[in-house]
Ligand binder design. Structure first.
Ligand SMILES: Nc1nc2c(c(=O)[nH]1)N(C=O)[C@@H](CNc1ccc(C(=O)N[C@@H](CCC(=O)O)C(=O)O)cc1)CN2
Ligand SMILES: Nc1ncnc2c1ncn2[C@@H]1O[C@H](COP(=O)(O)OP(=O)(O)OP(=O)(O)O)[C@@H](O)[C@H]1O
Length: 194
């Protein structure tokens, strides 16, 4: 039986939201260790990630580890006037955060703190569901598809999915605008996708 994108999205969102606080903490630490290893191997200096929402794999241990190592951390912010697009702003210990209209914390707009996607070495993307081929389904806004549309041409930034194991599905239908992920980090492994 074929299930719709909408149904699949709702099912996986419910599964990740059902994880306990203990599981969330353990998984965040496990995924952080894998991510730090990959980031160090690749010599990443500027990296974008997200602040967890809706049961997403928590990035806070990773953020702390990156700050400790002096790696520049960036967060997405909804574009101030271009709907459907993201901009990336530096995130430091003392950066002020504000909740956006989707309820997600994001840095205050400051042009001097902004980088374009090709100025970042790696973008750790949130996602709702992924499959073994690196196909990605997000929250449905197309934000990351637009952000990553040019990475194959520019060679940067390397997109890396970050998700719970329970977010893997056997097969995701892909659309022509979907940008497949070469890698997905989960608490238990690194999936080599596209
Ligand atoms: N942590 C995190 N940050 C992110 C994303 C993400 O998936 N996760 N995004 C990845 O693209 C962008 C935001 N995209 C999003 C799109 C829809 C919803 C969402 O929750 N929609 C609600 C309705 C919200 C409302 O209108 O009140 C819903 O579907 O229930 C959230 C984020 C940028 N920042
Ligand atoms: N590069 C692009 N240029 C223009 N429109 C796009 C682009 N990528 C995606 N879209 C549009 O965005 C909408 C949402 O796409 P989709 O459902 O694949 O988002 P998603 O990957 O789930 O969300 P997100 O990337 O925000 O996590 C689609 O209607 C699609 O037409």
């Amino acid at each position: 039986m074929l299930i719709s994108r909408q149904t699949l999205r709702a099912q996986v969102r419910a599964a990740r939201k059902a994880l306990s606080i203990e599981q969330q903490n353990q998984f965040a630490n496990q995924a952080c260790q894998r991510a730090i290893q990959l980031i160090t191997e690749r010599g990443v200096k500027r990296l974008a990630l997200y602040l967890a929402n809706d049961g997403e794999l928590d990035t806070q241990p990773l953020i702390d580890a990156l700050w400790q190592r002096g790696i520049e951390v960036y967060l997405p912010r909804l574009h101030p006037f271009s709907p459907g697009n993201l901009i990336f702003l530096a995130y430091r210990v003392d950066s002020p955060l504000i909740k956006n209209r989707l309820g997600i914390l994001e840095p205050k707009l400051a042009i001097t703190q902004m980088r374009l996607p090709h100025q970042l070495d790696m973008v750790i993307t949130p996602l709702v569901a992924f499959d073994a081929n690196g196909n990605r389904m997000g929250m449905g806004g197309g934000y990351y598809d637009r952000t990553l549309a040019y990475w194959p041409l520019m060679g940067k930034p390397l997109p890396v999915g970050y998700a719970h194991d329970c977010q893997q599905v056997s097969h995701l239908p892909c659309e022509h605008w979907d940008v497949p992920l070469p890698m997905i980090i989960t608490p238990t492994r690194i999936v080599n996708g596209a």
